[in-house]
Design a protein around this ligand. Structure first.
Ligand SMILES: [Ca+2]
Length: 516
């Protein structure tokens, strides 16, 4: 990706997440390049689609999309949970540099209270793919789940490059598929009772495409399924919320699994409708459609769905919240008739933070300088592709964990003070044999990358116990020196100092999937 020494210097000089600015050349350029649609599923695993080996759930439209385009086998999400994964996707920065590195911060966000006190909004200086494409003349729309800015903050979609927004701002709100309201731009829209939000998103997406068919557009369609309704899951044991379990009603499965499969069927049909509309409007050949997921499949603790039932994690170890392959490796397909050769399977290694520069390259513009991603346009077109030197991840729930992919080697440090595990993906795709003790030189290299690729974040400190963080009742954190203090919360008697583990997240850690 880049010389290892440069980020070391960078991490010394820059203690906060980096901000990047739009290159001047990219502004006021008339729309060029194809339309771009990014369809992102929520918690859909590598093994959930027919074209990725799924046998029990039928996904004919997505399978057809794969046959008509390229299917990638080595594509990685940026984080094993929603918000950080999506932040990296749209800003081109991996988690060592991204501004948002968790669903919830470890310290309160200044000026915010209640739920928002731990939801960090994107800042004006965090450049998104929507801003890049808008500057290149694209109409930009976001439909579905955002999670990167609460109401009236700097991070709302309309302030981050989206002309049009319809959906959820808050991720917990997005658990509810029959919500009382959604946001249309910055207005709260009351919904009719019994409206399934996913259906509204598809309707809205079809309308967006129709409305913008005469001009270049970018549509980020962030579906919320097959994620669970966690609150419903906790109260009833079945949080897999869908209006109808067809076409799986008569299967001898538990209701959770029927509903999960029905969610995928619903989404598959809707992707088919979007592809059919492109054809009907005669913009099929001028539209690139991507399909991917934000992280691996959820555990049974979220909606009662068992990710082993359909082998949603494929053959891999781990699920959502794991840095093992099952939590990180997700489907990625791209379809652009006439340009992307049909029916290809590509083993190109790439990650969510490569999406922004890839979209910029498609649009004929340049991404902002200083990002981690590189354009994968050559790989899409089956041309010779430059590869990143390594991929880097970090994750802060349950302690500071890191992972590196370096060629065939996958290294994972499961906690700040834990030894690094090393797996050879070429011979051990399930990550069962830790070879760290046998490959000292590789271990030194990946440890150097872990040091170099990470910059410290004030909201996700790697050693919060040293950063003088104290926890408050209800899981609210304070910095002892008063910085970051939320004035809306009255201090109570401080709880014992934390020692690297946090148990206050509403999104609790899923149990690890055991390799058979
Ligand atoms: Ca997710």
């Amino acid at each position: 990706m880049r010389n290892i020494l440069l980020p070391v210097l960078g991490s010394i000089l820059c203690l906060s997440a980096r901000a990047v600015s739009l290159p001047r050349e990219s502004t006021n350029v008339a729309g060029r390049g194809p339309n771009i649609i990014m369809i992102l599923a929520d918690d859909l695993g590598y093994g959930d689609l027919g074209c990725y080996g799924q046998k029990m759930i039928k996904t004919p439209n997505l399978d057809r999309m794969a046959r008509e385009g390229v299917r990638f086998t080595n594509f990685y999400a940026a984080s094993p949970v929603c918000a950080p994964s999506r932040c990296s996707l749209i800003t081109g920065l991996h988690q060592g540099h991204a501004y948002i590195r968790g669903n919830a911060t470890l310290v309160p966000v200044p000026g915010q209270s209640g739920q928002a006190a731990r939801r960090l909004p994107l800042r004006p200086q965090d450049v998104t793919v929507a801003e890049v494409l808008k500057a290149a003349g694209y109409a930009t729309g976001l439909i579905g789940k955002w999670g990167l800015g609460e109401p009236e903050t700097s991070g709302v979609p309309n302030r981050k490059g989206f002309d049009h927004f319809f959906g959820y701002l808050n991720q917990n709100h997005a658990h509810n598929y029959y919500p009382d309201y959604l946001w249309r731009n910055q207005e709260r829209v009351t919904l009719e009772k019994g409206t399934y939000s996913h259906d509204l998103f598809t309707r809205e997406a079809l309308e967006f495409v129709r409305r913008n068919r005469e001009r270049r557009f970018f549509l980020y369609l962030a579906y919320t399924i097959p994620h669970a309704n966690n609150e419903l899951g906790r109260s009833t044991g079945n949080g897999m919320e869908v209006p109808d379990d067809a076409p799986y009603s008569t299967e001898p499965w538990r209701q959770q699994e029927k509903n999960y499969a029905a969610m995928l069927a619903r989404m598959d049909g809707d992707v088919g409708r979007i592809l059919a509309l492109l054809k009907e409007l005669d913009i099929d050949n001028s539209t690139v459609v991507f399909f991917s997921s934000d992280n691996g499949p959820q555990g049974a603790d979220e909606g009662g769905f068992n990710p082993d039932f359909f082998a949603s994690h494929g053959v891999f170890r781990g699920i959502k919240r794991d840095l093992y392959e099952g939590g990180m490796r997700v489907p990625m397909m791209a379809r652009w008739p006439g340009k992307i050769p049909a029916g290809r399977v590509s083993h190109q290694v790439w990650a969510a933070w490569d999406f922004m520069p890839t979209a910029a390259a498609l649009a004929g513009t340049r991404p902002p300088p200083g990002i981690d991603g590189i354009s994968m346009l050559p790989a899409l077109l089956a041309h010779r592709q430059k590869a990143s030197e390594y991929l880097y991840w970090e994750f802060h729930e349950g302690g500071f964990a890191q992972a590196v992919l370096l060629g065939r080697w996958k290294a994972i440090r499961p906690g700040a003070n834990k030894p690094v595990e090393l797996y050879d993906l070429q011979t051990d795709i399930r990550e069962t044999r830790d070879l760290a003790a046998r490959h000292a030189e590789i271990l030194r290299r990946v440890e150097a990358i872990m040091k170099a690729a990470h910059t410290e974040s004030e909201f996700w400190p790697t050693h919060p116990e040293r950063a003088s963080v104290e926890t408050m009742p209800g899981g609210v954190f304070f910095l002892k020196n008063g910085q970051g203090r939320n004035p809306a919360v009255r201090p109570h008697r401080a709880q014992p100092r934390l020692r690297g583990h946090f148990h206050c997240f509403s999104e609790s850690r899923a149990p690890s999937w055991k390799t058979p």
